[in-house]
Design a protein around this ligand. Structure first.
Ligand code: NAD
Ligand code: DAU
Length: 366
């Protein structure tokens, strides 16, 4: 029997990971520690709450004194998903990203060490490697760390603190780095749920810049299986990449969504680009396949069709999520962008790189 402490388990990936544990590790006990920020939602776990092997503790990873008792016996494995996770929000205000992703991770590392946690798993991202040029090979675990957004820099900082805890204190740590996830329960600030839910209401689909940025799209179930094997079989101190060999431009993803929903392309609006927009990510996962026997199973066609079907069947979930504070967020981020005339590449006056110098795979900025 393994005792798991999952931080950020009420968010998108964390809730899918807890569901995987409950279903596939029937003897294990799981505590979910989550602050329930705007992105945390206990409705993501409705089917799990009744399990006697699952408990929820509300708490901030930065303040362990407040939840140490509630967590109970020392966990064997701590899987650290909790984070501020949205790049656009980090451009708007980086402070919460430093507080949770950097200070929070260090505080949690110290707590894990004091408590004698056996394994600390840091759930990280391909964004720590920066941006690729069109012909560059995919990132590998030894690629240089070169983050470009405040979000990516905060995650890279956390990864380095995890490395330091292993080197300095001998804490047993594993770092996983994954590409862009999609699937059920994703907060509709991220590209796919935003486009699916807007299109379902015949709303505009705000594509940043020319929409030719490339991401390596992976279904959340594949990512969660990767985190599970890395937690159980990963070598101490090791980094494991997860990707899906599924590189697509944003425009291609938006067009696929429109086709699945039978909606017209006229909903697409090219809007002002994201500042410092990374042009391309792609993850090499040969090492994870060789060491962990992991590889992605869900094809983009299957996964995207299932995801669009999920948002169609769970309109109540996202209607609730998109009310209240979400409306203020959407207006703040998009009202001005959507007021400007739509252009072929979203940046009529500034060219394809946009007003704020979005990257064209300039990994030499490292
Ligand atoms: P999310 O924003 O959906 O969920 C984050 C969760 O963390 C929420 O439940 C929130 O309430 C909680 N949280 C935030 N601050 C907290 C704090 N101070 N204390 C406790 N809980 C707190 O994020 P996600 O998309 O599920 O991402 C989860 C993790 O995976 C993050 O670390 C992210 O960097 C990483 N990741 C995400 C992706 C992706 O495509 N979404 C890809 C690779 C890695
Ligand atoms: O690569 C892994 C990362 O993927 C994770 O570490 C992050 O937590 C997660 O948020 C995600 O980051 P991205 O910035 O790649 O995801 P996002 O869904 O915000 O955007 C995907 C692409 O779509 C990106 O090129 C920006 C673009 N985009 C996004 C939004 C929200 C648009 O064109 N329009 C939009 O409205």
């Amino acid at each position: 029997m393994t005792r798991w402490l999952v931080t950020g388990g009420a968010g998108f990936i964390g809730s899918n990971f807890i569901r995987l544990l409950v279903n596939e590790r029937p003897a294990d006990e799981i505590v979910n520690l989550d602050l329930l920020t705007y992105a945390g939602n206990l409705e993501n776990l409705v089917d799990v709450h009744e399990s006697p092997r699952y408990a929820f503790v509300k708490g901030d990873v930065s303040t362990p004194a407040e939840w140490d008792d509630a967590v109970g016996a020392t966990p064997d494995v701590l899987v650290h998903f909790a984070a501020e996770s949205h790049v656009d929000r980090s451009i708007d205000d980086a402070t919460p990203f430093l507080r949770t992703n950097v200070i929070g991770t260090q505080t949690l590392l110290d707590w894990a060490r004091r408590r004698g946690v056996r394994t600390f798993v840091q759930v990280s991202t391909d964004e720590v490697y920066g941006s690729l040029r069109p012909d560059d090979p995919p990132f590998v675990e030894t690629s240089p760390i070169a983050p470009n957004s405040p979000y990516a820099a905060s995650k890279a900082s956390a990864d380095l603190l995890v490395r330091a805890a292993a080197e300095t204190h001998g804490l047993r740590t594993v770092i996983t780095r994954c590409s862009n996830n999609y699937g059920p329960y994703q907060f509709p600030e991220k590209l796919l749920p935003l486009m699916i839910t807007n299109a379902m209401r015949d709303g505009e689909l705000p594509v940043y810049g020319d929409g030719q940025q490339v991401r390596d799209w992976i279904h959340v179930d594949d990512h969660c299986r990767g985190v599970l094997v890395a937690a159980e079989r990963g070598r101490p101190g090791q980094v494991y990449n997860f990707g899906a060999s599924s590189e697509q431009t944003n425009m291609s993803m938006v067009e696929r969504v429109l086709a699945l929903l039978d909606k017209p392309r006229t909903l697409i609006r090219h809007v002002e680009d994201r500042k410092g927009h990374d042009r391309r990510y792609a993850m090499g996962y040969d090492f994870s396949r060789a060491e962990l026997g992991w590889e992605p199973r869900v094809t983009l066609e299957q996964g995207l069709a299932a995801t669009v079907a999920w948002y169609r069947e769970n309109e109540e979930w996202w209607t609730r999520v998109k009310s209240g504070a979400y409306r203020e967020y959407y207006d703040r981020m998009y009202a001005e962008r959507l007021r400007a005339p739509s252009t072929a590449n979203g940046s009529a006056d500034e060219g394809v790189t946009g007003a704020h110098g979005a990257r064209d795979g300039d990994s030499d900025s490292q």
